[in-house]
Design a binder for this molecule. Structure first.
Ligand SMILES: [Zn+2]
Ligand SMILES: [Zn+2]
Length: 120
């Protein structure tokens, strides 16, 4: 077992190392050389997990995420745009529920105020 210093831990979550991880996982998951559906160049490709199209590692072609069992979860640029549209919706829903909670808390505290006023 190794003991990592805070600085070492920090450098491990450095974006550069994330990139290295993505590249390593990409190389492990590569399905061969084919025409990328996004940039239309012949390069090492993986399959988009959503639409099944071939995509390469370029950030303009795909979004790649580390996945379980050292595999990569690839989403082509076109699909990731669709997903991010939906993500915005999810985030807005989250905002809504947190606003609702705040309103609830306010209602609860005003109820307590009323009780206090009655007990006097
Ligand atoms: Zn490409
Ligand atoms: Zn896709």
């Amino acid at each position: 077992m190794t003991t990592l210093t805070f600085d070492e831990l920090n450098s491990m979550i450095d974006p550069y190392n994330d990139d290295m991880l993505i590249r390593t996982l990409f190389n492990l998951s590569v399905e061969g050389k084919d025409k990328c559906s996004q940039c239309e160049e012949i390069c090492d490709i993986v399959t988009c997990n959503k639409c099944g199209d071939a995509v390469c590692i370029k950030t303009t072609c795909s979004n790649l995420f580390p996945h379980h069992k050292n595999t990569i979860f690839a989403v082509c640029y076109r699909c990731s745009k669709e997903i991010s549209d939906k993500m915005n919706l999810v985030i807005d829903m989250g905002k809504l529920s947190s606003i609702k909670n705040k309103v609830k808390m306010r209602q609860n505290s005003s109820e307590n105020d009323e009780k206090l006023a009655l007990s006097k």
